[in-house]
Design a protein around this ligand. Structure first.
Ligand code: ARG
Length: 577
């Protein structure tokens, strides 16, 4: 099916062409002045410059051909040459009906479907999962779901940090304690920060840790055994935590999985002349003429022969190319790693590790700050752990829900629902900001039932569910999907319908631009439009059955669009609150 804007655009393009102009000027967008019109076409302006004609005359000639088209209730030229358009009820209803009957409400791609790997999460094994990894998990999960919804083949890879010095630190500390293996995750979590601190003041200990890391990376049997045990404990704990966040990965690969590819890759880069020695280290030059800031060479091996973060990322690309040959890889990582990825991407293309045609995208996200504008910390000033944050927000939601006397849920149900709403508060609070920006985690604001928040969206959805219950109580059981959509009777109703009609277009461009915040902006608009419609319309008490059923159909349709968005953003739905 075609989106409403696509249908309108075809007509406007045809009008341009019939009037003797370039049809490509007929691009139609949703109006940015909803007070003046619903859709607009500004093509006459650019065309006028090119053809040295008066833009108003061009727009007039085009409008003359649109005026009698039943798709438009208005087609008008405004100085200097804008075309302002309103749609007829007929084409609007026709489009909504098609959407309702089409899989995923007709959301579809404008390109062939692609095989996409999303590299996100990126926790470091044995280190507790903290807020720094929260954003990556939340954003990456939403991109994965958005891509799938549109019909792409998307593979989510957690890319564990499981092969670095932290492993050597733990092994060295275990040895000092005369222990073979760590027994529990809490023991591991106690050992790592201690060993890490110790290595900063105790040079001999640091050397030992480096030696253990080297031995591990070169196949030492004992260290590999300990490593496996650490991995087991850590991965089980990570899975538990990610599950709470409603995040899951298809691949649990990590830096260690790329290790077997390093030797051959390095040899090839040397043999084929891509890599050369520089001050003892092995590097690949990646500067480009157009660089405004210097991009230093990409280091492949340190002077002592050890591999680095760049090495494992390049080797991971070798592995991904071999196993998946993806069309695109999106990395969702802290924006402070931008330079690292510029180097890796350039080196990978230059050395033929991935084909030129593979899109390598870096979605760098900003920092989550506290109200003081500094990176978010616990009250004691420590690094906030993810599960603690989730628990804190859940308790806050629980308290708020308990204050509401009219709630008819059991204590246990309130607790569960509080968890769902807390998740929406955290995820929506994060995703509604453009990923690259820093943002302030403001618990009061994020958990508010009013304003641009997750709980407000949840509240609106619950409101629709409660209308359904009331309707059933009044008129008996019914199948809302069997009710037909009717032409709008009010402006607010039409506005809601127009917002719904923009769903497919919205999700497609949000994914193309790697911008989940656009889904949030859409949900907020949809919630506002629905609430306006709700306050303006007495649905249940309406005596005219046709109208009443049309409004129920519209409400249920709105709910369905919300559900898709909630699912795509990795949130969950509540039934009552
Ligand atoms: N483990 C890394 C960190 O905590 C993030 C990994 C990102 N992904 C990657 N392919 N480098 O900073």
């Amino acid at each position: 099916m075609k989106y409403l804007t696509e249908k309108l655009e075809l007509k406007v393009k045809q009008a341009f062409s019939d009037a003797g102009f370039d049809r490509e000027a007929g691009k139609v967008t949703v109006s940015n002045r909803p007070d003046l019109c619903e859709f607009q076409c500004n093509g006459a302006m650019a065309l006028a410059k090119k053809e040295k004609k008066n833009p108003f005359d061009i727009a007039e000639a085009v409008c003359a051909r649109l005026k009698d088209d039943e798709a438009f209730s208005k087609a008008e030229t405004v100085k200097p040459g804008f075309i302002n358009l309103n749609v007829s009820d007929a084409i609007l209803i026709e489009t909504l009906k098609e959407m309702r009957e089409t899989d995923r409400c007709g959301a579809h791609l404008d390109v062939d479907h692609e095989k996409i790997i999303i590299d996100y999460g990126g926790p470091n094994v044995a280190k507790p999962l903290h807020i720094g990894h929260l954003r990556s998990a939340i954003i990456g999960e939403s991109l994965k779901k958005m891509g799938r919804f549109l019909g792409h083949e998307v593979i989510g890879d957690i890319h564990l940090g499981d092969w670095g010095l932290q492993m050597g630190l733990i092994i060295a500390e275990l040895k000092e304690r005369g222990k073979e293996y760590p027994d529990t995750i809490s023991e591991l979590e106690e050992i790592y920060p201690l060993a890490s601190e110790k290595s900063k003041t105790d040079a001999a200990f640091k050397d030992k840790a480096m030696e253990e890391t080297f031995k591990l990376q070169h196949g030492d049997k004992h260290n590999l055994d300990v490593w496996h045990r650490i991995m087991e404990l850590s991965v089980a704990d990570l899975k538990k935590n990610y599950e709470k966040l409603n995040v899951d990965f298809d691949l649990w690969l990590g830096e260690s999985d790329a290790d077997p590819y390093i030797e051959e890759m390095v040899q090839r880069l040397k043999d084929e002349g891509y890599a050369h020695e520089s001050e003892g280290a092995l590097v690949v030059d990646v500067t480009e003429e157009s660089d405004s800031k210097e991009v230093p060479p990409c280091m492949i091996l340190k002077s002592d022969g050890a591999s680095l973060y760049t090495t494992t990322d390049l080797a991971t690309l070798v592995e991904r190319q071999r196993d998946y040959a993806p069309d695109r890889i999106i990395y969702v990582v802290d924006k402070r790693q931008q330079l690292h990825f510029t180097q890796v991407f350039r080196a990978a293309k230059k050395c033929g590790i991935v084909p030129e045609s593979t899109d390598l995208d870096f979605l760098g996200f900003g920092t989550m700050n506290g109200k003081d504008g500094k990176p978010f910390k616990t009250r004691e000033g420590g690094v906030m752990r993810l599960e603690v944050l989730l628990d804190d927000v859940t308790s806050e939601m629980y308290k708020k829900m308990k204050e509401n006397d009219s709630i008819s849920l059991s204590d246990e149900e309130i607790r569960d629902t509080a968890g769902i709403i807390a998740l929406s508060a955290i995820k929506y609070g994060d995703l509604s900001n453009q990923a690259s920006k820093d943002y302030i985690f403001d618990s009061d604001k994020f958990t508010s039932f009013e304003g641009n928040t997750g709980p407000y969206i949840m509240y609106t959805m619950v409101r629709i569910k409660s209308i359904l219950r009331k309707y059933a109580a009044e008129y008996g059981d019914f199948d809302p999907e069997a009710f037909e959509l009717k032409p709008p009777v009010s402006d607010v109703e039409k506005a809601l319908m127009l917002t719904i009609s923009g769903f497919g277009n919205m999700i497609r461009s949000a994914f193309n631009e790697i911008a989940p915040h656009r889904v949030c902006a859409y949900m907020y608009e949809l919630a506002n439009e629905f609430n306006r419609f709700y306050h303006n319309t007495k649905i249940i008490s309406e005596e005219d059955r046709e109208k009443r059923e049309g409004w129920m159909a519209l409400s249920v349709f709105t709910l369905r669009i919300f559900s898709y968005c909630v699912e795509m953003l990795g949130m969950k739905e509540a039934d009552q609150m």
